[in-house]
Design a protein around this ligand. Structure first.
Ligand SMILES: Nc1ncnc2c1ncn2[C@@H]1O[C@H](COP(=O)(O)OP(=O)(O)OP(=O)(O)O)[C@@H](O)[C@H]1O
Ligand SMILES: [Mg+2]
Length: 334
């Protein structure tokens, strides 16, 4: 959980953050398997956050949504747009229409068809939304925004553009989020999204390998991985293989991007997600991709409240990338 305050247009102060561990398998590939465990973890983070704010922004995983860009006539009124979008949503859904949760955003004039606007239509099963809202409610929190994790990552990215040469213009940048079970890649050119991919690869693979090699439980393996308290063989025999697999997965995604877009190289790779904290991840990705690799820290230019320790926030930053994009949504008036 992360709380930001706006301290001027587009400038933020980090008020507070808190991280609670979810038990293994409580959420897997975006599915909430153990709602009680998620409620407990959310309650724990909320108590640690110690905030008076009760309104929150949450995200659905990209795997729980279907999205599509469509054209709507620029001259159409709101009712006509909604009718068109609803009809489109019915086409997109592979499940009963009364279970659709729908949202859309007008993106702006279409480059190819000047009389039209591009609109992004996003649908999900209503149940996916409701189960998250219910968990927040059980903790006493009110969900005012339901975003999508990879779209929230793009929002957080706007805090990083001024750390890039030319503010990201003419550059191709990949945001790589390596979590527990999945890796999301968003690729942008001149700060516009051009490619995205999610695949099932994440830190859980390394945790399992540690448990197997050193004959410890998965919980012990998870702790040891975070603290680095493992026999020397871990660093020489276990970790390098995982880092290299992660880098190869990234290369595979980049190649898919090159074969489906006009762009043939990536200038910068921004790493986030828990696995970005593994020692040597940046070097492994750099050596396989030949790109400039940086740990994504969206807070680098933000002010901090006196509750926040700069060192701790810096360490936790890769874990808070999506949360940062969500907290920023509070201020955009939508
Ligand atoms: N300090 C650390 N050092 C190494 N690995 C870490 C550290 N902190 C977290 N991780 C690992 O990062 C992974 C969790 O990352 P993250 O919180 O980004 O995942 P998630 O968003 O919950 O999962 P997913 O995106 O797959 O749904 C776990 O495998 C965890 O072991
Ligand atoms: Mg994640």
């Amino acid at each position: 959980m992360l709380e930001l305050a706006e301290v001027g247009k587009g400038s933020y102060r980090v008020e507070r953050h808190a991280i609670a561990q979810l038990p293994k398998d409580a959420v897997a590939e975006g599915k909430i398997n153990k709602p009680e465990a998620v409620t407990a973890a959310m309650g724990e983070a909320w108590r640690a956050l110690d905030s008076r704010t009760r309104n929150i922004a949450l995200a659905l995983p990209a795997s729980a949504i279907i999205s599509k860009k469509i054209l709507v006539p620029s001259k159409a009124g709101e009712n006509d747009i909604e009718a068109q979008i609803t009809a489109e949503a019915h086409q997109m859904a592979s499940f009963p229409v009364d279970e659709i949760s729908l949202d859309y955003q007008i993106l702006g004039p279409s480059p190819k068809s000047p009389a039209d606007n591009e609109a992004l239509v996003v649908i999900s099963r209503r149940e996916r939304v409701d189960e998250r809202v219910a968990i927040a409610e059980a903790v006493g929190l009110k969900t005012v925004i339901m975003d999508v994790d990879n779209l929230a990552a793009l929002t957080a990215y706007t805090q990083l553009v001024n750390q890039l040469p030319n503010g990201g213009k003419k550059l191709t940048v990949a945001i790589v989020d390596i979590g527990a079970n999945s890796t999301h890649i968003n690729i942008l050119h001149s700060n516009q999204a051009i490619f995205q991919r999610t695949h099932s690869f994440g830190g859980q693979i390394l945790t399992q390998e540690i448990a197997r090699r050193f004959d410890v439980s998965l919980e012990e393996a998870e702790d040891a991985k975070r603290t680095g308290q493992l026999p020397e063989r871990y660093k020489t025999e276990v970790l390098p293989g995982f880092l290299d697999s992660a880098a190869q997965e990234i290369v595979r995604s980049l190649q898919l991007c090159y074969s489906s877009t006009p762009y043939q190289n990536v200038d910068h790779i921004l790493l986030c997600g828990g696995c970005a904290l593994l020692p040597g991840m940046d070097a492994a990705v750099r050596s396989r991709t030949q790109s400039n690799v940086i740990a994504a820290n969206p807070f680098a230019r933000m002010a901090l409240s006196n509750r926040e320790s700069p060192q701790k926030l810096h360490n936790d930053a890769p874990l808070l990338f999506v949360a940062c994009g969500l907290a920023m949504r509070r201020f955009d008036g939508t």
